[in-house]
Design a protein around this ligand. Sequence first.
Ligand SMILES: [Zn+2]
Length: 242
Amino acid sequence: MSEDILKRQIKKEPLSLILTHYIPLKKNKDEVKANCPFCKGEMSINDTKGMYWCFPCQSGGDAINFVMKLKNLKYSDALIDISKKINLEHYKTEDKSCERTIGQVMTIEQLTSAFKTQALLLENIQKEIAELKAIVSSSKQTPEKKLKAHQIILATAEYYKTDVTLIKSKSREEIPAHARHVAMYILYEYENFTYKEIASIFNRDHSTVVSYCEKIKSAHKTYQNIRTDVETILSKIGFAII
Ligand SMILES: [Zn+2]
């Protein structure tokens, strides 16, 4: 069987099926991962693209590249090694006349593989940029909103006789923690701040802010003293409740 045919047969096999002969794989729903044998970081295996990728050590490629790197083999030896593992008919070089052609095919193959690795790297960088953009846009706030948030936090701090730094900290002390939750609730309920904006002001995650706002909302319905607290704080900043 020629090297070219062998290579095409290997390409037809799912990457994970080949790699499972070399390293333990972790399958979770559609995702296949493994401990990278080169850096011990986490490696992703993409059967659709036939490519593996390890972000920590920036290595990636197809099954043939993987086996070449893992076992330090030449391209043709890696083909043979894989074909033995997955029971393809053993490759033999009988026809000397086709060696040059095989050499050219290998070069194209290696270039294609290098190109795919770069494409994968670019894709990963683009994902990172998108995530960073999302973080930057969530932290963008107008000066008016910043001022409004500051006024409310200040008024809440004065009302509960605590201070702004404690309210904005992660202190678990009862009074500053309660004041923090009330301030979040006022920002959300009366000043039209989004949970995302509040999360950014208090440096908390989105779900934490939602749960605190919900907690004060239900207390506000039930307890007169919470209603009085909220109304007094709002009146301090000139917010008239109709
Ligand atoms: Zn790695």
